[in-house]
Design a protein around this ligand. Structure first.
Ligand SMILES: [Zn+2]
Ligand SMILES: [Zn+2]
Length: 296
């Protein structure tokens, strides 16, 4: 599902709710409380939520929009994404999606140990690790702030990983949910899907190493050259849709009490992924980038 075209660039829309009585006082519609608030009242609720032990303000406690309003500023995409690199989001393990204090680089200590065991070929009990999914190159499409579309490969274990690592490697970039070509037909002879350009020419990929990832450039394949593999693009969804999906799917049964990041990008800001948890039997879903949220 892609509805990026119909979604405003900024996650929060500010407006004068009462131009006659409160001229110049900006309001916004809070996606968590489904209420029209001023920046000041949102900031106040956010402040109260920090010391709230009765759970009255729990919806406001970890709200990214509230955190920006508490600084007296408007919650622009830019400010929200900077926030995403600090606070609880900084603790996000890019591999398993859990929030963990103890981390080695971008992954948590437990994912790190699993990776070491897999490299050594045995676990702490001296047995070969059986459940470890090997690292492999996974692609993410990014739209850079200058509009350039960049295809990037990360050596990753999960589909979540290239999304989070891609957003981190390219500050200000947005997840891109389309393919390198509009056409990717089945090649009967070769028994594979291929990307084809407008001249029906198969596309190959050229790879260039850069820091911790590889940059891919798609171009027409030379004769005898292997065409680029066709892989799934990023899925962009809104919190409401993800809540519905988790309610009916097997994936939802694995959601526990702790926030866990999922491999769905946010259709609103395209600069975060969906996180979900289950509290008192209720599913909660939010975006790590803009904080847009949904409660079952
Ligand atoms: Zn982890
Ligand atoms: Zn978002």
């Amino acid at each position: 599902m892609s509805n990026a075209a119909t979604i405003p660039a900024e996650p929060v829309n500010y407006f004068e709710a009462y131009p006659e009585h409160l001229p110049g006082v900006l309001h916004f519609t809070c996606p968590r409380l489904h209420a029209t608030l001023t920046l000041a009242s949102c900031a106040a609720r956010h402040g109260l939520a920090q010391g709230d032990t009765l759970g009255q303000f729990s919806a406001c406690r970890n709200c990214a929009i509230g955190r920006v309003h508490a600084t007296g500023q408007q919650a622009t995409l830019d400010r929200l994404s900077k926030l995403g690199n600090s606070g609880p989001m900084a603790k996000l393990c890019v591999r398993c999606g859990h929030q963990r204090d103890r981390r080695v680089g971008p992954i948590c200590i437990s994912c790190y140990n699993r990776e070491l065991e897999a490299k050594k070929g045995c676990n702490a009990k001296g047995k070969p690790p059986v459940t470890y999914a090997p690292l492999r190159l996974r692609r993410v499409g990014l739209e850079l702030p200058n509009g350039e579309i960049r295809w990037v490969l990360f050596e990753a274990q999960t589909w979540l990983e290239p999304l989070l690592r891609g957003l981190k490697a390219y500050p200000g970039a947005k997840l891109y949910d389309e393919q390198p070509s509009n056409d990717s037909p089945w090649n009967e002879e070769a028994q594979r899907f291929e990307y084809r350009d407008e001249h029906d020419q198969a596309l190959a990929m050229e790879i260039e190493r850069q820091d911790d990832h590889q940059v891919v450039r798609y171009r027409p394949a030379l004769s005898g050259e292997l065409p680029a593999p066709v892989v799934a693009p990023v899925s962009l969804f809104n919190p409401g849709f993800v809540t519905e999906w988790l309610r009916v799917s097997e994936e939802g049964q694995a959601i526990g009490k702790e926030w866990r990041a999922l491999d769905y990008g946010c259709g609103a800001c395209r600069q975060g992924v969906m996180q979900a948890r289950r509290r008192a039997g209720q599913l909660e879903v939010r975006c790590t980038g803009c904080g847009m949220a949904n409660t079952d």
